[in-house]
Design a protein around this ligand. Structure first.
Ligand code: ZN
Ligand code: ZN
Length: 349
């Protein structure tokens, strides 16, 4: 806040709100100054907020936050209030802007303040995980690994993609997951050519690539795992492409360490795939940070300019997608350390 010359910071992004306060409810704002920490929420969450966020003074929204906001600004004497420009909507911003800005009046009224856009402030803090966060992620990874092993043994030709996705989800929930981390992807045959395909009613056949991308949420933290398999005998094309993706993934896992940029790590895998002639078929980034959100900082792709740091938790997930045939993606999670990557995922490849 001192660097940005702010005298208050308004947090509305749900994971950031949880990260800073401990409050897990789905609605509310943090208003933080050098001296005060307020959690502003409505009737539904007052009791929960009191329990979960003992470091915050709880304030209740009676009607709308925008109706309460000017009185908080006046009470705390705020002039420059940072807000999360990547999250707050245009309508929300309009509602919170000072009255003269809202109504286009020339004369500033007694209560004059400025909403200052900020980007990625708390996201940057979230990127470096504390030991207890890594422990939570590790537990979520173990659930994903176990679900994969469970389904791998039961997979048969004729099962639909949706049946397999459901098997994975049921297993994780019965094993204690709060939820699946995201909508589970099971993409067989040609469907696998779409990196973010949805599970369909297509029956899985033998001899075709099957991509499964799944994860669990536990204690608010996520895991993210992809495996590609084949029922029956894989053809030569499958063997070639699988071996190439695995080689690219292993090379990146060997090379990864704190101090590299995301783009530099991406390049390790990308170069191997490009040299084999499949560069255009690897159209997404190598990986992403995982934590309270499934996709968060740091970015491990061609655009990843920031440096990987000790305690980042990232995925390494190269893929090759060929329209009409299908795809291969292999995804593990790892903790970034100065001496290298500590691989969390245990599911066999
Ligand atoms: Zn994934
Ligand atoms: Zn991923």
């Amino acid at each position: 806040m001192r660097d940005l010359e702010l005298d208050a910071f308004l947090v509305s992004q749900p994971e950031n709100r949880r990260y800073l306060s401990g409050f897990t409810g789905s609605a509310g704002y943090l208003l933080i100054t050098p001296a005060e920490a307020l959690l502003v929420t409505d009737f539904r969450y007052i009791e929960q907020a009191t329990v979960e966020a003992p470091g915050f003074a709880i304030r209740k929204i009676e009607t709308k936050f925008e109706a309460l906001f000017p009185s908080l600004v006046a009470e705390l004497g705020l002039k420059r209030i940072g807000f999360e420009s990547g999250h707050m909507t245009y309508a929300e911003h309009e509602g919170l802007a000072a009255l003269h800005q809202r109504e286009g009046l020339a004369e500033p009224p007694a209560l004059e303040y400025t909403l200052c856009p900020t980007l990625g402030v708390v996201e940057g803090m979230r990127a470096e995980k504390a030991p207890e966060e890594i422990a939570a992620i590790r537990a979520a990874v173990e659930l994903g690994d176990a679900a994969f092993l469970h389904v791998q043994e039961r997979l048969r030709p004729g099962m639909t993609e949706r049946q397999v996705a459901w098997e994975l989800e049921v297993f994780m929930r019965q094993a204690g997951a709060e939820a699946a981390a995201f909508e589970i992807i099971v993409a067989s045959g040609p469907n696998g050519a779409m990196p973010h395909a949805k599970a369909t009613s297509r029956e899985i056949g033998s001899g075709e690539p099957i991509i499964m991308d799944l994860g669990a949420r536990l204690g608010g933290y996520h895991s993210d795992l992809t495996r590609t398999m084949c029922l029956g005998e894989p053809d030569d094309r499958f063997k070639e492409i699988y071996a190439l993706v695995l080689r690219a993934q292993m090379a990146a896992q060997e090379a990864g360490r704190a101090g590299l940029t995301g783009a530099e790590l991406d390049a390790v895998a990308r170069q191997i795939i490009e040299e084999a002639g499949y560069g255009a078929a690897f159209g997404h980034g190598l990986g992403h940070g995982v934590g309270l959100a499934v996709h968060e900082e740091p970015t491990v792709s061609r655009t990843g300019t920031s440096t990987l740091a000790d305690g980042n938790v990232i995925t390494i997930e190269p893929g090759i997608y060929l329209p009409g045939w299908g795809g291969v993606r292999i995804e593990d999670m790892a903790v970034v350390r100065p001496q290298g990557l500590e691989i969390l995922t245990r599911a066999p490849k």
